[in-house]
Design a protein around this ligand. Structure first.
Ligand SMILES: Nc1nc2c(c(=O)[nH]1)N(C=O)[C@@H](CNc1ccc(C(=O)N[C@@H](CCC(=O)O)C(=O)O)cc1)CN2
Ligand SMILES: Nc1ncnc2c1ncn2[C@@H]1O[C@H](COP(=O)(O)OP(=O)(O)OP(=O)(O)O)[C@@H](O)[C@H]1O
Length: 197
């Protein structure tokens, strides 16, 4: 979809121009944590999640490292994705120091794949290029997360809450939507937590 492609390009250019995770690194009043980290923690503790599927922010994505460190101290299990050929994701428990660059140079965990994957978490933080206030989510165009979220929805069991993690400027009035796009429940930014529909 050309419209999606155009929007992805604009957002990626803006992220590159931003030059890294400076904004997420700015400590706020609470324990020197960034606003993003505080907001991720607020969603996690609000749900009472004991297992969370997350990602390692790279290349201008909001930086999730501080949140991963918090989860460790809070005794919350974190699953991280490995990208497989064919466009699916598998998930392994994040153990400190176990990250190695995998597909696309993204750091990946090294442990065994967890049965059920992200479906076994109560909360999933997903990467995105942009979201809209109806929960529409624009990803990076390979369908990894759309496939994963569709798989989880098809299991029919109690579905995890799904929140995109983006910069506040990437929460838009509308993003282009196709039938396979799976909506998210909210978005976490460096400024606030959005709840959609
Ligand atoms: N941090 C993070 N982890 C993630 C994702 C993500 O968006 N962010 N994914 C979300 O799906 C999956 C990986 N998907 C990706 C899809 C495309 C590209 C990408 O930029 N592809 C470029 C080539 C990049 C390169 O050469 O290094 C391209 O296709 O042109 C990266 C990751 C799983 N893990
Ligand atoms: N549930 C699905 N099953 C099979 N293919 C899918 C599914 N969802 C998306 N796709 C395919 O994946 C490709 C990318 O879709 P789209 O452009 O919506 O990705 P995206 O939402 O930007 O990326 P992502 O989901 O990885 O973050 C499309 O070719 C689409 O047909």
């Amino acid at each position: 979809m050309l419209e999606k492609q155009q929007l992805r390009r604009e957002i990626q250019a803006r992220r590159v121009a931003r030059g890294g995770a400076d904004e997420t690194a700015a400590p706020d009043a609470h324990a020197g944590r960034s606003g993003l980290t505080e907001n991720l923690i607020a969603v996690a503790t609000g749900i009472g999640a004991t297992r969370i599927a997350c990602f390692v922010g790279v290349r201008g994505e909001p930086d999730t490292a501080e949140f991963l460190a918090w989860a460790r101290t809070a005794g919350v299990d974190v699953l991280l994705p490995r990208s497989l050929a064919g466009g699916s994701l598998e998930w392994a428990l994040h153990v400190p120091g176990d990250l190695k660059a995998g597909a696309f140079g993204i750091p990946e965990p090294q442990g065994p794949a967890i049965v059920g994957g992200a479906a076994s978490a109560e909360l999933i933080f997903v990467p995105a290029a942009a979201v809209d206030t109806a929960g529409g989510r624009l990803g990076w165009g390979r369908g990894f997360y759309d496939r994963e979220l569709a798989r989880i929805a098809a299991l029919g069991a109690a579905s995890p809450a799904v929140f995109a993690v983006v910069w506040e400027s990437e929460v838009l009035a509308a993003v282009p939507r196709e039938p396979h796009d799976v909506p998210v429940h909210g978005a976490v930014t460096e400024e606030t937590v959005h709840h959609f529909g």
